[in-house]
Design a protein around this ligand. Structure first.
Ligand code: SAM
Ligand code: SF4
Length: 317
């Protein structure tokens, strides 16, 4: 068993949040047409509060920490927060649109030993990408940031969220990722807004396009394995969890609300009122034995990709 598999098994058995996703702000310098956030900056935790949360995560056994937003680099203390997380020994990933990463920021990220910088790129064409982000010049700036990061040897991943307006560009973005020597991740589903507004689901690609993506090796790897029929339900399947939300994964909002996952905005407690440990062990119990019905607006494209996210695929809960 690999070290990672051993860590995951232990975390699952003991209910340890091995991974945490921490949004440090929901403010942003882009206004992407599909964004699930309202960009409200009210009630953001202070630097001290965020450091305290990170220290509580360390005490509870978290190892993988994803710092995201909104646009995390909009916070002046973003590097201080990253530095603190690295001092405590976390494996840190930064999710960003990268338009604020220049040569100096790339060098700082290298020196901090950030595990990976994950950057959203929607198209190889500025007119398509910038129309999605609504920030003129954003593709040029994000690609320049990737070049600075690669020049420093920082690992980068391009996330390509697919919508009607950019689905035909996916292969070109994959080629661009190859040229830039970065990982490529395709995300073909659009989720509803946190506030329950489902109108952005109209931006999502058709089932036929989704089917094509899921049968294209360059996007999903081994097609046979990915599209294999669902295995028989046996004791192991019944005993296991369909995903890590609330079991080994925690999600924290800029104002300290704790959720089981970024795709599962079920409020479970606020870190200004309770400790992370108290909230977490109540969540993990609740996710193990869910008792409350899940409101419809937390559900995404029901049934579209049942293996990836149980919230997206429980229309009848
Ligand atoms: C919320 S952003 C935060 C980090 C950074 N601002 C960025 O754009 O990469 C994280 C990722 O969520 C994706 N995203 C935003 N709204 C989405 C939605 N409604 N459905 C699916 N993905 C979405 C973005 O495209 C981005 O790749
Ligand atoms: S850059 Fe990220 S947070 Fe900002 S609007 Fe786009 S998807 Fe949302």
């Amino acid at each position: 068993m690999s070290l990672l598999a051993e860590m995951t098994q232990k975390a699952t058995d003991q209910g340890i949040p091995l991974s945490a996703h921490l949004d440090i702000t929901w403010r942003c310098n882009e206004r992407c047409v599909h964004c699930y956030l309202d960009h409200n900056g009210e009630g953001e935790m202070t630097t001290g509060e965020i450091k305290d949360v990170i220290s509580q995560l360390a005490d509870t056994g978290t190892f993988f920490l994803s710092i995201s937003g909104g646009e995390p680099l909009l916070r002046r203390d973003c590097f201080e927060i990253l530095e603190y997380a690295r001092e405590l020994g976390f494996s840190v990933k930064l999710k960003t649109n990268a338009v604020m990463i220049g040569a100096a920021q790339a060098a700082r990220l290298k020196n901090l030993g950030i595990e990976q910088v994950q950057i959203s790129i929607y198209s190889h064409l500025p007119e398509v990408h910038d129309a999605i982000t609504k920030l003129p010049g954003s593709l040029r700036r994000s690609l320049q940031a990737i070049r600075y990061l690669r020049a420093e040897g920082v690992k980068v991943s391009i996330t390509n969220v697919l919508m009607k307006q950019n689905v035909t560009n996916a292969k070109a973005v994959r080629l661009l990722a190859k040229e830039l020597d970065v990982e490529f991740v395709v995300d073909p589903t659009i989720t509803p807004m946190f506030n329950g507004d489902r109108s952005i689901l109209n931006l999502g690609i058709s089932n036929q396009e989704l089917d094509e993506i899921f049968r294209t090796e360059e996007f999903i790897g081994n097609v046979g394995e990915f599209c294999a029929p669902v295995s028989e339900v046996d004791e192991d399947v019944l005993e296991g969890y369909s995903c890590s939300a609330g079991h080994t994964l925690a999600d924290i909002s800029p104002s300290g609300d704790v959720y089981p996952c970024v795709q599962f905005p079920m409020p479970c407690g606020n870190l200004r009122e309770k400790s992370f440990r108290d909230i977490w062990f109540a969540i993990s119990l609740r996710c193990r034995f869910p008792v409350a019905p899940i409101p419809l607006h937390w559900l995404g494209q029901a049934g579209v990709h049942p293996n990836s996210c149980r919230v997206r695929c429980q229309p009848s809960v």
